[in-house]
Design a protein around this ligand. Structure first.
Ligand SMILES: *Cc1c(COP(=O)(O)O)cnc(C)c1O
Length: 359
């Protein structure tokens, strides 16, 4: 990707609003009060661009970031992030040295991982993940205490303990409450350093805030539990494209692969440089739409790898018109609902070809 091209050269781009990011962070900070905010910037900051987003957040005083893996952490370090960076998914064998080199805080999820880290003789900060019920990663209560004892006298310093809520966006709070109680009971007074458990949806529980919260989706403008948490956020990313071509076709014209759509009237169609390789799902073939001048332009025929064809017969568009794939009116939550998925997946799927432009 040639990133120094001026905006709009590649006619498909994602505008990332830094002022909205700041507003969303402010709303989260007001909500969590004395707890700190750890910004989750894994998966390229949910498609928003981890480096630029983290640099901006650090400039706003954010002191903690969380990433999935060592590579993501190293990328931030190489780009001026000197705040604490916690790697959530653990350290693969032989990457212990890289974790130390980039001064990343690692997570420990098993006794074996603990022993391997000790054997590496690297000086590291570690957070111990407790498995309070997600059963994805994390230590049992017995292993949590055993790991802490093993680490005594090693070069690995325990600076935190955390857990992850599996069901914080469910109406029924019971399972989350059990997880919170378990985590608190097992780590209370244990000298684990900072404690943290809440994701975005976990902000609904006043007793989930602990020392800091790990927020991802709500920071990017999607409140997963709007009925439960009065935090007003707005989507940070708008995804746009300009047409490659606008054409008039007679009634009876087949559109795109396999001729799954045939015009039933004289039509104007616009070809946009957005396809499934860019994260615009092929499931939107003959069913999705984009917006132009606030009006609906339906996807005609199959979504292809690099392009879609949309109906602009009734919309006044030119080659200069900005089409919106994602905006406030049709956001990632709407696309996700239509696809039977969640906004997290829609945002992460936006491909690298859509140049990120920070406004
Ligand atoms: C991704 C992730 C988060 C952030 O979740 P959101 O729902 O996007 O706020 C927090 N903690 C862990 C362990 C995660 O994997």
């Amino acid at each position: 990707m040639i990133s120094h091209l001026p905006p709009g050269i590649y006619p498909c781009w994602a505008e990332v609003s830094l002022s909205r990011l700041e507003e969303n962070l402010g709303a989260i900070r007001r909500h969590v009060g004395a707890s700190a905010v750890c910004c989750v910037v894994k998966a390229d900051a949910y498609g928003h661009g981890a480096v630029a987003v983290s640099q901006f957040l650090q400039h706003l005083g954010v002191e903690r970031f969380a990433v999935a893996n060592i590579e993501e952490g190293a990328e931030l370090r190489q780009n001026g992030i000197d705040a604490e960076i916690l790697v959530l998914c653990g350290v693969p064998p032989s990457q212990e040295r890289i974790a130390a080199e980039y001064d990343l805080a690692v997570s420990i999820h098993s006794v074996e991982e603990c022993d391997r880290l000790i054997a590496s003789e690297q000086a590291l900060r570690a957070h111990l993940e407790f498995n309070s019920g997600m059963n994805r990663l994390g230590l049992s209560e017995v292993d949590l205490h055993s790991v802490r004892e093993r680490l005594c006298g090693s070069r690995i310093q325990v600076t935190g303990a955390y857990s992850h809520l599996s069901s914080s966006d469910e109406r029924d709070e019971m399972f989350s409450r059990q997880q919170l109680e378990r985590f608190d009971a097992v780590t209370r007074g244990g000298g684990f350093g900072v404690r943290h458990i809440a994701n975005s949806a976990g902000l609904r529980f006043g007793d989930a805030l602990f020392d800091f919260v790990r927020v991802g989706i709500i920071l990017y403008g999607y409140n997963p539990v709007p009925g439960e948490v009065a935090i007003d956020v707005k989507p940070v990313l708008h995804w746009k494209a300009r047409p490659l071509r606008i054409d008039a076709v007679p009634s009876g014209s087949p559109i795109s692969y396999s001729r799954t759509f045939i015009t039933t009237r004289k039509s104007r169609v616009a070809t946009l440089p957005v396809g499934y390789a860019d994260g615009f799902s092929r499931k939107f073939s003959n069913s999705g739409y984009v917006l132009a001048e606030g009006q609906v332009c339906r996807v005609l025929g199959m979504v292809t790898m690099d392009m879609i064809v949309v109906d602009v017969t009734d919309v006044d568009v030119t080659m200069e018109t900005e089409f919106s794939i994602l905006n406030d009116k049709r956001n990632a939550a709407h696309l996700a609902a239509d696809l039977g998925t969640i906004p997290w997946e829609v945002l992460c799927a936006i491909g690298a070809r859509a140049t990120r432009i920070y406004v």
